[in-house]
Each structure stands twice: as structure tokens, then as C-alpha cells.
Design a protein around this ligand. Sequence first.
Ligand SMILES: [Ca+2]
Length: 122
Amino acid sequence: MGALLERDKKDFRVLSEEDIVFLLKNTTFTRQKLIEQHKNFIRDCPTGLLDKKTYIKHYQDLYPEGKAQKFCNQIFEKFDIDKNGKIDFNEYILAMFALSQAIDLNGEEIGAYTSFAVTRYS
Ligand SMILES: [Ca+2]
């Protein structure tokens, strides 16, 4: 988990070889898919970090009648692994992988989060 813990000096806009190796080891995504996803992620999050406010706004745009705030807080906090208040690319990919494996979230949450992610980053 070194790539997740040693972050003080990290430039979150850059997808480093260390990040790629870490994500290849911890997910089933291919190198090409990671590079493609990173381009999309940076297009939407130029700093390389997705903050909760932006995440909630995107969700509200997609589901204007939903109760976005509470739902988004739960999902966001679950995937903000280092608890710095932002989701970086590694956390995003680990979240996408976890959701693709359908672990410990109920079906409704998986459906809604996946819809958000697929719309934004595919
Ligand atoms: Ca984080």
C-alpha cells in the first residue's frame, strides 16, 4: 500500500509508473485502461483530486431529485482511503474496482455510484 501512504510529495496530476504498478497489482484493469481512465479523470479534475463538493454537485446534476448529500457523504468517505477529504486517481480506481467486485455495499448504492462514475469517466 506504499503508493497510497507516501503522498506528501506526490503530484496528483501525474500518473506515475509506481501508480500504474500499484493499480495493476491491486485491480484487474489493464495498463491501457488505467491510462485512458486517468486522462478522463484529469479532464474532469485538473488538480488530480476530486473533492466532496464537486462530487456532490456532479451527482446532483445526474440525480436532481435524489437525496445526494447524505448518500454522497457515505460513498465519498468510504473511498477516501487516506481521509484527506479528496479522492485521488488511485482511490478512484480502487473504488471502481471494489464496486465492480460488488463488495459490502447494497445494490442501490452500487447502481447509483456506478452510474455516476460511468457517466463521468467512461
Ligand atoms: Ca484521499
